[in-house]
Design a protein around this ligand. Structure first.
Ligand code: SAH
Length: 309
């Protein structure tokens, strides 16, 4: 019996399939995904899973996914393999790939073991642990860029809500950029634990409150800034509720939207009293920023919510 707590999925990949397979690995519940290109070796994708997943089932799902791609005419060169990974290997593989990343004009997201030299940037220290949100993903990056742009403008909101906080990265960035109090929510207990630890690492425990719970059931006072890096399906489900969390005239930043899905999310939010303000796309992931319009349209969404309740 191995004492390892992780599975490593390894799949040789070509340029045609690596992005799709990376997204698929995240959907399957990967804790980390790295695309590796070592000199002289064919590129491969490595993804790490907790042992709560069954190795055979994992391998089979990836095999079926690759067969599907091949049936569509994509070049998917190899077969997946899943092996147990020693904890130390996991830590090493993880650490080797998480380097400080500059974001926008003023931020630097860094893991605790790689203290960057002074750069003049505001350092957000993130230990990814088991939660999503290392700052390396296009959706996180897009949300950070919009947060930075919004908060650099001067009128810093006193309160914010971060729905689907993961590692806590967006809540922590908001607090470090001056927001007085941030409510960080996640339905995954590992994420909440990791967000609390990261808030402590960044010295913002007093300003970031982390709570376990699904966004749909959140009953919190509205805030002038709400950020949610979830997936499109979740945004469409929550479209009717966002008006309840965002103060009239306030800002809503939505991430985790594939570029092709952005217009659909824009329409759904438009129907609930939000107007588009800005958008950014990073590595195929769109982040949309909206303003909650005061007046009847915003209130209409409250009525709709009431009808559904
Ligand atoms: N905010 C981080 C993490 C985003 S990943 C970043 O930008 O990088 C999305 C996170 O949302 C995950 O941690 C997941 O557990 C959580 N999540 C997904 N759906 C949710 C829901 N309906 N309610 C609360 N949390 C949710």
């Amino acid at each position: 019996m191995s004492s390892s707590r992780y599975w490593e999925l390894s799949v040789p990949v070509g340029p045609e399939v690596s992005e799709g397979l990376t997204n698929f690995a995240w959907e399957l519940g990967a804790l980390g995904v790295v695309e590796e290109e070592a000199a002289g070796k064919p590129p491969r994708l490595r993804a790490f899973f907790p042992k709560t997943e069954f190795a055979a089932a994992l391998e089979e799902r990836v095999r079926v996914y690759l067969d599907g791609l091949r049936a569509l005419g994509f070049d998917a060169p190899g077969e997946p393999s899943v092996v147990a990974l020693a904890d130390e290997d996991w830590a090493d593989a993880w650490r080797a790939h998480f380097r400080p990343v500059p974001v926008g004009r003023s931020l630097l997201v860094a893991p605790p073991w790689d203290r960057p030299p002074r750069t003049g940037r505001l350092v957000i220290t993130i230990e990814p642990g088991r939660a999503f949100g290392t700052g390396q993903h296009g959706s996180t990056m897009g949300c950070l860029l919009r947060l930075e742009a919004l908060l650099a403008r001067g009128a810093t909101p006193t309160r914010a809500i971060d729905l689907g906080t993961g590692s806590g990265i967006l809540a922590i960035a908001a607090a470090r950029l001056g927001v007085g109090s941030v409510l960080a929510v996640d339905e995954d207990p590992d994420a909440v634990a990791s967000a609390i630890a990261n808030a402590a690492r960044n010295g913002v425990c007093d300003r970031v409150r982390c709570v376990l719970g699904g966004a749909g059931g959140l009953d919190a006072p509205d805030a002038p800034l709400v950020v949610a890096n979830l997936l499109t399906a979740a945004h469409l489900r929550l479209a009717v509720r966002y008006g309840r969390w965002v103060t009239e005239g306030g800002a809503l930043i939505l991430g985790g939207i594939l570029d092709a899905e952005a217009s659909g999310v824009g329409e759904a939010l438009g129907a609930h009293g939000f107007t588009p303000r800005a958008r950014v796309s990073v590595e195929g992931w769109t982040t949309l920023q909206f303003r909650r319009e005061p007046g009847p349209r915003g209130r209409a969404s409250r009525a709709a919510l009431h009808d559904r309740a």
